[in-house]
Design a protein around this ligand. Structure first.
Ligand code: PLP
Length: 411
């Protein structure tokens, strides 16, 4: 069920964690000249920021807290609307609701990411930001989305939880707009069980983000801020053990992506040769996508259901998570779960959420099947496929299984 980084947890992670455990210093703050302070979180923030080309990195506890920090650091709150895709993980929407703003759902296109042509239709005087989600490791159409954000003076947030290390036109994802967020849960590119990161270039946004992630404190909590805290923050701090695992995982990123691309190339070549009529998801940057999944689009819902059944998997529509039609908490505008001991309160908005409201998205997801290359996750619909450790023979075997299942419609 995990993402690609999971398969490569080994001695390097062990060494990093031991380094922290033996020193006994487990929290992220410490004095520069204390030999027991190993600076794992600080080093992680700086190494990722340097490699990706961002000015500031801030490690947090999860991709969800990264989104909350990002939204609040950009001063998004009550009265604001944020446009996001109807196909994404619930955290994209729940973080918007948590800061008091309202998610407005837009269509996806054949890339399974936000359809730039549908975004403008949803812009109202209340619109404050666009949240681009690089779903399934596939970069959004950033040229178009950046142009729309600039034209309408909107903020641009990139939820890069599923695409850590991905690129668009030679530049790392997460750095095209005002702020980028990442997740390190077990399904993501690299993982530490849980964890998150925020990247940004603007110093004042960084200062706000830091304060929000730690009770209103200044970057690196120098103590000078007492009496000067202008923000109510939370505690979303990463600890040194998580930082240690992620440092080791981060060093494996390039190798990991190379491996995924190589497996995907082999798998895709067999499908292309054997099923010339099969359509693939559009890739906005083939070299820059993560290659964690191979997504195919069958000619009809019926064909897709039949293929999925033969393979013991599900079409994306039926995969449960990530699809707005399956999010009863969004459709019911539920801020708190219903029934005792909870009180049900709707989040206040006239914006409508209902099944079938995004017909283009529904059509695409009805016909789409995710084949696992590096993320084996039934919740994503990728219960069928290979993993990063699969041999050439296993790849061929699985590809041919797909070919047999889909030849009735795609030969
Ligand atoms: C996983 C994910 C998140 C949330 O990450 P967590 O670390 O699980 O909180 C947010 N957005 C998307 C698109 C995701 O896939």
């Amino acid at each position: 069920m995990p993402g690609p980084g999971f398969y490569f947890i080994g001695e390097e992670e062990e060494r990093e964690v031991l380094d922290v455990i033996r020193s006994g210093h487990l929290n992220r703050y410490g004095s520069e000249d204390d030999p027991k302070f190993k600076k794992k979180v600080y080093t992680l923030e700086n190494e990722v920021a340097r490699k990706f080309g961002a000015k500031y990195g801030l490690a947090v506890t999860s991709g969800t807290s990264a989104l909350i920090v990002a939204l609040q650091a950009l001063r998004i709150g009550p009265g604001d609307e944020v446009i996001c895709p109807g196909y994404t993980f619930i955290a994209s929407m729940s973080s918007i609701i948590t800061v008091g703003a309202v998610p407005v759902l837009a269509e996806i296109d054949d890339s399974l990411t936000l359809d730039p042509n549908d975004v403008e239709r949803h812009i109202t005087p209340k619109t404050k930001a666009i949240m681009a989600v690089h779903m399934l490791g596939n970069p959004c159409a950033m040229d178009e989305l950046v142009a729309i954000a600039n034209k309408h003076k909107l903020l641009l947030i990139e939820d890069t939880a599923q695409a850590f290390g991905g690129m668009y036109k030679g530049k790392y994802l997460g750095l095209f707009g005002d702020i980028g967020t990442y997740s390190f849960n077990v399904y993501k590119t690299i993982n530490a069980g849980d964890g998150g990161l925020v990247l940004m270039n603007d110093e004042s946004v960084f200062k706000s983000a830091f304060a929000i992630h730690d009770q209103g404190h200044m970057p690196l909590r120098t103590g000078l801020e007492v009496g000067n805290r202008s923000i109510i923050g939370q505690n979303f701090r990463m600890n040194e053990l998580t930082g240690a695992v992620l440092l080791a995982q981060f060093k494996k990123l390039d190798q990991l992506l190379e491996r995924l691309h190589s497996i995907k190339k082999d798998f895709k070549k067999i499908l292309k040769d054997e099923l010339p009529k099969l359509q693939f998801r559009k890739l906005n940057d083939e070299a820059g996508e993560l290659a964690t999944l191979l997504t195919v689009l069958l000619p009809s819902k019926e064909a897709a259901d039949a293929v999925a059944k033969k393979l013991g998997t599900k079409t994306i529509s039926h995969s449960g998570w990530h699809v707005y039609n399956n999010m009863e908490q969004i459709l019911g505008k539920k801020q708190v779960a219903e029934g005792p001991p909870f009180r049900s309160t709707e989040f206040p908005t006239d914006v409508v959420y209902e099944k079938g409201m995004l017909p283009k998205t529904d059509d695409i997801l009805n016909r789409a099947i995710n084949i696992s290359i590096g993320v084996v996750d039934a919740g994503l619909g990728s219960g069928f496929g290979v993993n990063p450790l699969s041999s050439k023979e296993e790849i061929r075997e699985k590809a041919m299984e797909f070919v047999r299942a889909a030849s009735f419609c795609c030969k």
